[in-house]
Ligand binder design. Structure first.
Ligand SMILES: C[S@@+](CC[C@H](N)C(=O)[O-])C[C@H]1O[C@@H](n2cnc3c(N)ncnc32)[C@H](O)[C@@H]1O
Length: 220
């Protein structure tokens, strides 16, 4: 799907109101979400405690409650008003939640924040949708400007799920091949935008091709 089409999808009321139910409501999906949250908490613990975290894009704010419970402060940003509307309905977010710093409607390729406004940026289920290298470079540069640390989600080639996909697409059994990166390729892409890859953790060795990575702004 083209990038502009995908972006339009996310701003659709029906897509937004269905988003969590389709992705995170079943027992397996709830486990997937809990696993993402656990891994993100673990990576953030390497950065420090009581961090101000930018969730970019926040979508329906699925990570917010968990990050607040872990003692972090959270600001969320997303271009989709319907997604933000869903985020505001989620328990634990909202103006009264301690540590919650607000949801903003905005473009994350041009973040409306001053330099170094945050301790860490998290960007989940997003970079692997942004396949255009120029878009990814703009995102990585903006995250780098506002924060010394980032956590992102990418698709990795180094797992069974990817091998299966690759085989099926090369045998003509599937039309859909999702491009993915090896660790060295990811490290090199990050380095070209001023980041040092600190750690990458597979979401699951068997059931997922996604990897969560922690990167630190390189010394200049
Ligand atoms: C797949 S969702 C991921 C949301 C969330 N991080 C999660 O893990 O569920 C992608 C989100 O990115 C938002 N988005 C896409 N392009 C954006 C941009 N350039 N600026 C801000 N938000 C954007 C969409 O509105 C959508 O809510």
């Amino acid at each position: 799907m083209a990038w502009t089409e995908r972006r339009e999808g996310w701003t659709d009321e029906d897509v937004a109101s269905d988003y969590d139910a389709r992705r995170f409501a079943g027992p397996m999906q709830r486990r997937k979400h809990a696993n993402d949250a656990r891994l993100v908490r673990g990576l953030l613990a390497r950065v420090g405690a009581g961090l101000h975290v930018l969730d970019a894009p926040t979508g329906t704010g699925r990570m917010v409650q968990d990050l607040l419970a872990a003692g972090h402060r959270v600001t969320g940003i997303d271009l989709s008003e319907p997604m933000l509307h869903q985020a505001l309905q989620s328990p634990g977010a909202g103006p009264n939640a301690g540590g919650f710093r607000g949801f903003l409607s905005g473009e994350i390729e041009r973040l409306p924040f001053r330099d170094d406004a945050f301790d860490a940026v998290i960007s989940l289920r997003f970079l692997f949708h942004a396949k255009d290298p120029e878009v990814r470079a703009r995102l990585l540069a903006e995250f780098h400007r506002v924060s010394p640390w980032m956590i992102g989600h990418v698709r990795s080639r180094e797992n069974l799920k990817h091998a299966g996909r690759w085989l099926r697409s090369h045998a003509g059994l599937s039309r859909r091949y999702r491009p993915a990166q090896g660790r060295r390729e990811l490290a090199s892409e990050l380095a070209s935008c001023g980041w040092r890859l600190v750690e990458s953790t597979p979401v699951s060795r068997v059931f997922s091709d996604k990897v969560l990575f922690l990167a630190q702004r390189s010394a200049t």
